[in-house]
Design a protein around this ligand. Structure first.
Ligand code: SAH
Ligand code: SF4
Ligand code: F3S
Length: 481
């Protein structure tokens, strides 16, 4: 068996320290690979599996570029791959259970081929318990690194291969702003652009601030330059990414650097479409709505996580807003953009959520009438404050609430989708429909999913479409002449 070398081990307590007192440190990404690593890996193939949010997808694009730059080939078949890497998520328990299942399946393969490298990275790698478990139960996992040291991938692989080691290197640090990562985009017309990393909010249920470090904003200039370069390469849509985009710039300690200002500068590049995620109601300022209303190339869509409609729960979640503030924001938004496509995230079953608390969530959904929502049953995350909260609510009650909530969301989504029939929208077509090979799919400028019967030659184009019928979460249209 290979010897295990631990350079750093995940440490949630260390990760919880709010250390970033000064403006974030900026550094260039490491890109150097040893000659022997290049020679060894050239022509070999790899599998890269990504779970979790857009932040992970973006990280996987970077990891892919590192591997492609060694002349490796990405494939789907784990049997023939020399390297199998899981870029993991830690947001809920089921994300982790799935990875254990995948590792279990790989065991015979790994035991059969000692040269195969199986690795874990991403948010789950930043947690003590899962990594302790993987270290003990899956000795064939030979490489574990975290979210802060993606750009050490070459030196880590070098050590694993040439020193025949199992290597764990997961620093729990506040993190830096790393610029000039290599990157291979997964999509041809739509691109994710990080505007900030980490999160300082410490919502009591959430693991993200521990797995991704303190909030670090990129400069407006770096973001705008990346968007301009994407536009020059033919990209039509950018999504600005951050865990709490409304707090963009706070860490840079310059009051002229705000999200509204950044959004406006990105819109001014003239890229055809701009959207952003995720917003936080506590930090939202109305100037962002003004910028959204002013620029036609900013998509008329907002994802505004609610989490709960009960002030009592919001307080215990450390969300820093009330039901009233949420409704005020929706009101101000609809004054400026009446037909905005509004979506949200809601958690049911937060520790000791009462029937009254849950009712308030449903009441708020009845008032707002969301176009769509991601709904979750609360999942206990070790190391977070909510994990220590007492909870007397049964699993049965939680699933009942979950299905009532989902029915409420579906009801308004269906009505809102029906209201789109006979309207004309502009759709960026990005691929063949997953369900029907004769249909081409894309999103309109409100972020509705639209399918049309057409030739694949329309992929990559933005075309006017008349909506002819609707489902709960998609629309069917016909291309206008
Ligand atoms: N930064 C974003 C998204 C965070 S993760 C935000 O603040 O909204 C995406 C969603 O996962 C969250 O909005 C929340 O609804 C859900 N989530 C996070 N932690 C969770 C947990 N422990 N259990 C269940 N859902 C959770
Ligand atoms: Fe998690 Fe809250 Fe940060 Fe979102 S804002 S990533 S829910 S801590
Ligand atoms: Fe998951 Fe990490 Fe994103 S925990 S949701 S991949 S920030």
């Amino acid at each position: 068996m290979n010897k295990t070398k631990i350079i750093s081990f995940p440490d949630l307590q260390k990760a919880a320290k709010r250390q970033l007192k000064n403006i974030p440190d900026i550094r260039e990404a490491n890109k150097l690979a040893s000659k022997r690593l290049k020679e060894y890996l050239a022509g070999k193939s790899y599998c890269l599996f990504t779970s979790g949010c857009q932040a992970n997808v973006r990280d996987s694009e970077i990891i892919k570029a590192y591997l492609d730059n060694l002349n490796m080939k990405q494939i789907e078949d784990v049997n023939t791959a020399s390297l199998i890497l899981f870029n993991t998520c830690a947001i809920r328990e089921n994300a982790e259970t799935k990875i254990y299942g995948e590792l279990g399946h790989l065991k015979p393969l790994a035991l059969n081929d000692k040269d195969k490298i199986i690795g874990i990275c991403g948010c789950m790698a930043q947690e003590e318990k899962p990594i302790t478990y993987i270290k003990e139960k899956f000795p064939f996992v030979r490489l574990i690194f975290g979210t802060h040291n993606i750009d050490d991938i070459y030196s880590l692989l070098d050590e694993v291969i040439f020193n025949d080691e199992r290597l764990i290197d997961v620093p729990s640090i506040e993190g830096s702003v790393v610029e000039n990562y290599p990157s291979t985009r997964f999509e041809k017309y739509k691109a994710f652009v990080n505007i900030m990393y980490g999160c300082d909010n410490f919502c009591t249920y959430c693991i993200v601030p521990y797995t991704r470090g303190r909030q670090r904003s990129r400069s407006i200039e770096s973001v705008v330059n990346e968007v301009i370069s994407l536009k020059e390469q033919g990209y039509k849509e950018v999504t600005l990414l951050g865990q709490n985009v409304n707090a963009y710039g706070v860490d840079l300690k310059d009051e002229n650097i705000t999200f509204a200002k950044l959004l406006e500068e990105v819109a001014k590049t003239g890229i055809e479409r701009v959207r952003f995620t995720t917003s936080h109601p506590a930090y939202f300022t109305l100037d962002v709505f003004d910028v959204m209303a002013k620029y036609p190339n900013i998509m008329k869509a907002l994802h505004l996580p609610l989490q709960s409609g009960s002030d009592n729960i919001l307080l215990r979640m450390n969300r820093h807003y009330t039901n009233e503030k949420y409704l005020y924001l929706v009101d101000e938004l609809r004054k400026r953009i009446p037909d905005i496509y509004l979506t949200t995230d809601i958690i049911v079953g937060f520790p000791n959520e009462t029937d009254e608390d849950f009712e308030k969530t449903i009441e708020l959904c009845n008032k707002v009438k969301f176009d769509n929502a991601f709904t979750f049953i609360y999942s206990k995350r070790d190391g977070t404050p909510a994990a220590k909260m007492q909870d007397k609510i049964s699993d049965k009650t939680k699933s009942e609430r979950f299905s009532i909530l989902q029915q409420t969301i579906d009801k308004y989504a269906t009505i809102n989708a029906q209201n789109m029939v006979n309207k004309t929208v502009e759709v960026l077509f990005d691929g063949v429909s997953k369900r029907d090979k004769n249909m081409i799919s894309g999103y309109d400028n409100y972020f509705h999913l639209v399918h049309v019967k057409a030739n694949p030659s329309i992929i990559g184009k933005i075309l006017k479409v008349k909506i002819v019928s609707s489902h709960t979460y998609s629309l069917i249209g016909e291309i206008c002449d």
